[in-house]
Every structure is written in structure tokens, then in C-alpha cells.
Design a binder for this molecule. Structure first.
Ligand SMILES: O=C(CO)COP(=O)(O)O
Length: 247
């Protein structure tokens, strides 16, 4: 059985003080019904780690090189120094606004896995691609590229987040049927790459306007093992409502 994993992606939100208050309020409420986490901006990671006994604390990005002349970037070693072992890779906002490509996502996957960290690698189609009916081609290309040269053992402990770009921050959620259809397809792509045993271990999240009231039904889908949650993960009460929804 795959344990559900729900991670809040805070994006460019919350100060250090707000992070401290959130973790103090939410961390004690965390149950073992799922792995629960938050991905925070770099500056707040240390504060989040200091307060979190139960929550996974993830970074929202990392560089693929060990160190060097990469102004503004953060390395795996820096994250590991403060105890951060999880990282979101290839979020559509990074692909859209910051020049992230399938190649850089792959380089980051290799760097993160080589250093025993866990990636949450994001894939998903744009509205245009959705309307053109190319969703599965797009996510297959992204998954195959992200996992290039990744060994089966590493692949089995990674997490994939399917996030249709047209559902992010728009209030438009994919129906559970659409989300299941694509997440099931992603699992079949992993099976093609690594065999069924690895595919059965990889956890696949859905992301895009997930709200506490929809979470339980979403997780009842056979190939959806969790959620990557933006807006609804920012407010303490809303995060607590997600925890309560699975109790
Ligand atoms: O991008 C997302 C999570 O990574 C989804 O954001 P929303 O839940 O705000 O739509």
C-alpha cells in the first residue's frame, strides 16, 4: 500500500515569522493517515525545520551543480546542511517563468537522488495542450525526460505530481476522473520505463486547486496517492481541514 502524501507548495508566500506561526499551529495536528509536508521559500526553510516534528519540509527548487558561479542559486549541500531532504522539481511556474526545461529537471533529478534527497517532480499540460487533446503525449515526454539515467531504485522512492497548468490557481480542478486517468497513465509510463514493481511504489500526486473538501474523494482514486496543494495549504485552518478530512 502506498501511503498518501500531501504537500503544501507555498510558492512565494509567507515570511519567516508567518512560517513559524503556521508550523506551531499545524505541526501538532498532523496524523499518520498520510505524510504531510510544506514546501517553503528558501529563507523560511530553517525556521520550518526547527519547528516541524511531524511535517516534511521541502524546498521548492535546487540547483543541479554542487557549487560554483551560479548567482542566486542554492545547492543540495546547503539544503542538506539544514536538514532539508525533500525538493519540488520542475513546477510549471518554474518552467513558465524561469526557463526550467526537461533537461534541467533531469539534471536536478539526478543531483537530488544522488544525494539521497527525495524529489517531487511536477508534470502537466497547458490549457492549449489540454484542448488539443495532447495531455498524455505531453506528460509522457516530461516523465521520460525527467527520469533519463535515473536508476530503478531511485525512481521507486521518487514522487511525481501531475499538475494540469490550467487548474493551478484558477479554481478549475480537473475532475477526479480526468486526474485518475492521467495519473494512471503516468504510472503506466513508469511501468514501461522500470517495470510494474517500481511503478507500484512510485507515489503520484494530483495538484491544481485542491481544496480540503475534495481531498478524500481525490485520494480514493486508485492511482492518486496524494496532493500538491497551493492556495489551500497557506491558511492554518484550511491545512488543518485537510488533515481532518482524512481522519
Ligand atoms: O501549483 C500548485 C501546487 O504546486 C497548485 O496550486 P493551487 O492549489 O493554488 O491551484
Amino acid at each position: 500500500m502506498r501511503k498518501p502524501i500531501i504537500v503544501g507548495n507555498w510558492k512565494m508566500n509567507k515570511t519567516i515569522a508567518a512560517t513559524k506561526a503556521f508550523v506551531e499551529a499545524v505541526d501538532p495536528e498532523v496524523t499518520d493517515k498520510a505524510d504531510w509536508g510544506i514546501a517553503t521559500p528558501y529563507l523560511a526553510l530553517q525556521t520550518a525545520k526547527a519547528g516541524a516534528k511531524n511535517l516534511i519540509v521541502a524546498a521548492e527548487n535546487v540547483h543541479f551543480k554542487d557549487s560554483g558561479a551560479y548567482t542566486g542559486e542554492v545547492s543540495v549541500e546547503m539544503l542538506k546542511e539544514i536538514g532539508v531532504e525533500w525538493v519540488i522539481l520542475g513546477h510549471s511556474e518554474r518552467r513558465q517563468y524561469f526557463g526550467e526545461t526537461d533537461e534541467t529537471v533531469n539534471a536536478k533529478m539526478l543531483q537530488v537522488l544522488k544525494n539521497d534527497m527525495t524529489p517531487i517532480v511536477c508534470v502537466g499540460e497547458t490549457l492549449e495542450q489540454y484542448e488539443a487533446g495532447t495531455t498524455k503525449d505531453v506528460v509522457k515526454t516530461q516523465v521520460v525526460a525527467a527520469y533519463k539515467d535515473v536508476c530503478p531504485k531511485c525512481a521507486s522512492r521518487s514522487v511525481i505530481a501531475y499538475e494540469p497548468v490550467w487548474a493551478i490557481g484558477t479554481g478549475k480542478t480537473a475532475t477526479n476522473e480526468i486526474a485518475q486517468d492521467v495519473c494512471g497513465y503516468i504510472r503506466s509510463v513508469v511501468a514501461e520505463l522500470y517495470g510494474q514493481e517500481v511503478a507500484d511504489q512510485v507515489r503520484i500526486q494530483y495538484g491544481g486547486s485542491v481544496k480540503p473538501e475534495g481531498l478524500k474523494a481525490l485520494l480514493e482514486q486508485p492511482d492518486i496517492d496524494g496532493a500538491l496543494v497551493g492556495g489551500a495549504s497557506l491558511v492554518e485552518d484550511s491545512y488543518k481541514a485537510m488533515i481532518a478530512a482524512l481522519d
